[in-house]
Design a protein around this ligand. Structure first.
Ligand code: UDP
Ligand code: MG
Length: 138
């Protein structure tokens, strides 16, 4: 493994429900470092770009509408094996599979409103961090 930096988004449902602190503490407790944090309203253009891999899928429009529906907290999270480690803390995409103890397993019952996003590979992390932190990281 290597020291990696990954993009986490607390999606609008998570921000609306006041879960930012609860989510950040889990990454900090695990031992990851916060290298960037930004509250923003995601534009349609940024949303389409960020979710570009899903373009053409049935849920793409709904996904773009949802991520642009409110404030998002973007985090750059760094640590040993952080890309897979953050995904593990987040839990599975589908609510039926997300285990209790994970963020989604503890806070989400809907596939479309599952509280968090995390980059799924080195290439995705690099691409997504550049989109949400265009000025770079500390
Ligand atoms: N999603 C959805 N319907 C689907 C599959 C995914 O609404 O059939 C949403 C879900 O909120 C998910 C996001 O689209 O978090 C991105 O999907 P992906 O497969 O990349 O899952 P993730 O990487 O977020 O676990
Ligand atoms: Mg994904």
């Amino acid at each position: 493994m290597a020291v990696e930096t990954t993009l986490v988004l607390v999606k609008p449902d998570g921000v609306r429900r006041g879960l930012c602190g609860e989510i950040v503490v889990r990454f900090e407790r695990r031992g990851y470092d916060l290298r960037g944090a930004r509250l923003l309203k995601v534009s349609k253009a940024l949303a389409r770009e960020h979710y570009g891999e899903h373009r053409g899928k049935s849920f793409y429009g709904e996904l773009v509408d949802f991520i642009t529906s409110g404030t998002v907290l973007a985090l750059a999270v760094r640590g040993e094996g952080a890309i897979a480690g953050v995904r593990a803390l987040m839990g599975a995409t589908h609510p039926a599979d997300s285990a209790p103890g994970t963020i989604r397993g503890d806070f989400a019952t809907l596939l479309s409103e599952n509280v968090v996003h995390g980059s799924d590979s080195t290439a995705s992390a690099r691409r997504e961090l550049r989109l949400f932190f265009p000025d770079g990281l500390l």
